[in-house]
Design a protein. Structure first.
Length: 141
């Protein structure tokens, strides 16, 4: 419920909800946001002020709110994330191993009908999005 509320609110402000973390028994609420071109400090202030008021109105109990950019190694969770970062190098972990292997790093080539095509050492692997445990961008340094 909280994630849906934050997602629709942030979309209305022109931002994308990347991830929500609730730590210390819900007292710390961490919200990772992004937008085309990236997030800056001013964006975080605007979002923080807006969400603080929203959480009070919605009677959601929290102690501290942190709003942040997802960072260079942002997590990829939704199909839209994978479509947006096509051509980028990603690192992922599968829930169920493929050919005895769970961890892969490669270039994201395509996502279609729940299947991610990852190029690993010249081979193209078909991986089911439903089998992904974690996926992150590999930062370009």
């Amino acid at each position: 419920m909280l994630e849906e509320l934050l997602e629709s609110t942030l979309e209305g402000l022109g931002y994308e909800l990347v991830e929500v973390e609730q730590l210390a028994r819900g007292k710390l609420l961490r919200v990772f946001v992004d937008k085309e071109g990236g997030i800056n400090v001013d964006d975080c202030v605007v979002i923080s002020n807006h969400l603080s008021r929203l959480l009070v109105v919605e009677n959601i109990d929290y102690g501290r709110l942190e709003v942040s950019s997802p960072g260079l190694d942002r997590s990829l969770r939704k199909e839209a994330d994978f479509l947006r970062f096509k051509g980028e190098t990603i690192k992922l972990k599968l829930r169920v191993p493929l050919q005895g292997q769970r961890n892969f790093t490669g270039v994201l080539r395509e996502v279609n009908d729940g299947i991610l095509k990852l190029e690993v050492e010249g081979r193209l692997l078909d991986l089911e999005l439903s089998n992904l445990g974690k996926a992150r961008l590999v930062p370009k340094l």
